[in-house]
Design a protein around this ligand. Structure first.
Ligand code: UD1
Length: 369
């Protein structure tokens, strides 16, 4: 019997999670009918299209084109737009990944239509209810039938919430499947060299969380602390569209350096997956408020400073190269000093972060036929 799967992508971090699943579906040839739906939450070329090319991913069968909006509007628009396609497709299972608004909207719509929902990257918890992603994670896990977890801490979180163990499947980290698959070709692009950057002679920065960039004083404090903490080490800062808008609004564009190899923070547009991976792999340190980068630096053995008060990925601190710096000056300076004095090798690889997570997901789903 053929298994009908619909998987959902919406925002940038979803693409690298669904790519290995689409790939594993291909390898299970003939047994699975797979439909890929893009909600259109992210729509800029640099936030969406490029990733399909870089990851060698099939183009979405359907793009709902919902675009930006308030949380309520965006979530509701995805729900309304995806309902009829779900009815038409009548899937055996809808796969949602991560914690963005599209994840929750599609899980909720599918579940209310009576379709089975599988959540990939289940069980992550920051315990910070001011984060929209935490609300999305809690609600998605509560209603999903199948919970695919990336690490054992996530399993424990779900069990503590009373979720039946038969729903939980520890499969590992799909984002790391993608990283391991593309690392060599990313390095071969020599993007860092094309910017005049020597390995380990620069740092990387990403910042996009509303809590960090929507308030001018907070944003400037973070930038100042980074600049003072890294000294002469040049920093490459590919900015999310939201961050770019705030920089213009706050009129702080003159704080940034003009060239990538110079002392200071060099602001650039979002870059493709492979170029970004290579830059991170060769960096001396990574500063970020992203979730995925905490995991990627763990595998790349690059010290990571997370510019947040909490993380839903504590395994990257316990076993990886990550440390929490908060968002104020003194702890950021201390975390950067600690990162710069830490070795560039020797981080442990969390269990099942081995490139085969998507394979495990598909074999588990095939058992549900
Ligand atoms: C979303 C996710 C966040 C994830 C991030 C990764 C939610 C709640 N948040 O945040 O967890 O870490 O994606 O990138 O789902 N914009 C563009 N072009 C685009 C997309 C967005 O210009 O292609 C701008 C728009 O001004 C938009 C703003 O960015 O209003 C925010 O976009 P949105 O999708 O609401 O959330 P992100 O901040 O991208």
């Amino acid at each position: 019997m053929t298994l009908k799967i619909v998987s959902i992508v919406g925002a940038r971090p979803n693409f690298m999670k669904v790519a290995p699943i689409a790939d594993a579906v291909e390898r299970a040839d003939g047994h699975i009918e797979h439909t890929l739906i893009h909600t259109g939450q992210h729509y800029d070329e640099r936030m969406s299209d490029w990733f399909f090319d870089d990851l060698g991913m099939p183009r979405p069968d359907l793009n709902l084109g919902v675009g930006s909006g308030s949380h309520a509007a965006q979530t509701a628009n995805v729900m309304m737009a995806v309902e009829q396609p779900f009815i038409d497709l009548a899937p055996d299972v809808v796969i949602v990944v991560g914690d963005v608004n599209s994840t929750l909207a599609c899980a909720l719509t599918a579940k209310k239509l009576g379709f089975r929902v599988a959540h990939v990257e289940a069980g992550l918890r920051s315990r910070d209810m001011t984060m929209p992603e935490e609300i999305n994670r809690l609600c998605t896990d509560a209603i999903s039938d199948i919970l695919f977890t990336p690490d054992i801490i996530a399993d424990e979180n779900l069990k503590k919430e009373g979720i039946d163990e038969t729903r939980i499947h520890f499969v590992g980290n799909v984002m790391i499947d993608t990283l391991l698959r593309h690392l060599e070709s990313a390095k071969a692009r020599r993007y860092a060299a094309s910017l005049g950057l020597e390995p380990r002679s620069y740092g990387m920065l990403t910042l996009h969380r509303p809590a960090n960039v929507d308030d001018k004083d907070r944003f400037v404090e973070i930038l100042d602390a980074i600049q003072d903490g890294v000294g002469d080490l040049p920093i490459v800062f590919p900015a999310h569209p939201r961050t770019r808008q705030r920089i213009m609004e706050f009129q702080i564009g003159d704080r940034f350096s003009q060239q990538p190899g110079q002392r200071g923070i060099w602001l650039t547009d979002p870059i493709g997956y492979l170029e970004f991976l290579e830059l991170n792999a060769s960096a001396r340190l990574v500063l970020t408020d992203s979730g995925g980068l905490q995991e990627e630096t763990t595998i790349l053995s690059v010290p990571c400073v997370t510019l947040r008060d909490n993380t839903e990925r504590p395994i990257t601190i316990e076993q990886g190269t990550n440390r929490l710096a908060g968002t104020s000056r003194r702890p950021i300076l201390a975390a950067i000093a600690d990162a710069l004095s830490s070795p560039l090798s020797g981080s442990k690889r969390p269990d099942k972060w081995d490139g085969n997570a998507a394979e495990r997901i598909i074999s588990t789903l095939l058992a549900y036929r």
